[in-house]
Design a protein around this ligand. Structure first.
Ligand SMILES: Nc1ncnc2c1ncn2[C@@H]1O[C@H](COP(=O)(O)OP(=O)(O)OP(=O)(O)O)[C@@H](O)[C@H]1O
Length: 357
């Protein structure tokens, strides 16, 4: 068992405010967890604390059965068995690829080092690149070599700090899938920091959302997307349509009509905020009786789909609808909106005024 456990870790820089505040995080053995959160929330600080470059004020960090940080314990970075892949590979420019990969292999014979480096390069799809110099590689290839180097000493944990940031989007998608495959093949526990929600949703086994120095939600990508812990997480992970609602007989009564609730609300819930995803909404002819009338304010075309922004009476914020196929609607048009599926509702503590929903 070589999973990662971070327990009640608090960290601050100098006399500054707490950056991490009693943060708890568990990454199960052999899994990849993506850490997501707004800029400045402490993602890099968390990696530094886990790697051992920063000592937390309080709390404990364990890798498997081994405590690497805690009261009276501070295992130095080089003895933690933690591999790091930084934003831009940071390869040693004067060493060829094979020597870069073998760099961290201490206490093993030359032949074994060479064999392990070749095995790791094979794993990341660069089996024939051992004699190239780093400057002869593309950005994506350099990141693969950085991963091979991190994996070579069989680390208990690999930390990936926005490893695809410097690459263009087409390359990112391919590389993250290859990195995922290599990590699985090596059976390594890994933590990925990213700004890219899509990257986290598509490549991680679990997502941990950080806000105000703590983890506000962890779960599989599907759990976090379909059942966000609160309206902030809903809007942070993907686009969300938030509607004030009244609760009546397991349904939410909203400006978009009566929507069945995904799960029962706590006893006595009268009002709340409904969370819908834009792909649950559909444009229908304005004349269709079941739809709610709305006016298009903006069309954002993305190629594979488009987001249509609309306003409707009784709602101060725009509604976003995701559509695929040819776009035949324009700003200023009137349309109807229909809702498919069920809605998550977060109850309000204080009832809304009578005109809500
Ligand atoms: N060396 C430092 N000294 C003092 N404050 C720091 C230092 N490094 C980071 N901070 C502060 O700690 C907070 C968290 O920074 P951190 O870099 O961990 O955030 P982040 O979530 O990784 O941000 P981003 O997504 O923008 O990379 C920020 O308010 C930042 O200003």
């Amino acid at each position: 068992m070589t999973g990662l456990r971070v327990t009640a870790v608090t960290t601050s820089y100098g006399r500054g405010a707490r950056v991490l505040d009693r943060l708890d995080l568990t990454v199960p053995d052999g899994e990849l967890t993506a850490v997501l959160g707004p800029s400045g929330c402490g993602k890099t600080t968390l990696l530094r604390v886990i790697a051992g470059f920063l000592t937390p004020d309080t709390g404990e960090i364990s890798l498997g059965e081994r405590t690497v940080s805690g009261p009276g314990v501070h295992v130095p970075p080089e003895r933690r068995g933690v591999g790091i892949v930084a934003q831009e590979g940071a390869l040693f420019p004067h060493m060829d690829v094979a020597r870069n990969v073998a760099f961290g292999l201490r206490g093993v014979g030359r032949a074994e080092r060479r064999a392990r480096a070749a095995e790791m390069l094979e794993l990341v799809g660069l089996g024939s690149y051992g004699t190239r110099m780093p400057h002869e590689l593309s950005g994506g290839q350099q990141q693969r070599v950085a991963l091979a180097r991190a994996l070579a000493p069989r680390p208990a944990l690999v930390l990936l700090d926005e490893p695809f940031n410097a690459l263009d989007s087409a390359l990112r998608a391919g590389l993250r899938s290859d990195v995922r495959t290599a990590l699985r093949a090596a059976g390594t526990t890994a933590l990925l920091v990213t700004h890219d929600q899509e990257e986290a949703l598509s490549s991680a086994d679990r997502i941990a959302v950080i806000r105000d120095g703590g983890v506000v939600q962890t779960g599989t990508p599907q759990e976090v997307y379909a059942r966000p812990a609160d309206t902030w997480v809903a809007s942070f992970i993907g686009a969300a349509v938030l509607l004030p609602a009244r609760v009546k007989a397991s349904h939410a009564i909203t400006v978009l009509g009566r929507i069945p609730l995904t799960e029962p609300t706590p006893e006595g819930t009268r009002t709340g905020t409904v969370i819908l995803r834009p792909e649950q909404l559909r444009l229908v002819p304005a004349s269709e009786a079941s739809g709610t009338r709305a006016r298009v304010t903006e069309v954002r075309y993305h190629g594979h789909d488009a987001l249509i922004l609309l306003t409707t009476d009784g709602l101060s914020t725009p509604i976003t609808v995701r559509t695929t196929g040819p776009i035949t609607i324009h700003a200023g048009d009137e349309t109807g909106i229909a809702v498919a599926g069920t809605a998550i509702l977060h109850p309000h503590r204080n009832p809304l005024p009578d005109n809500a929903g």
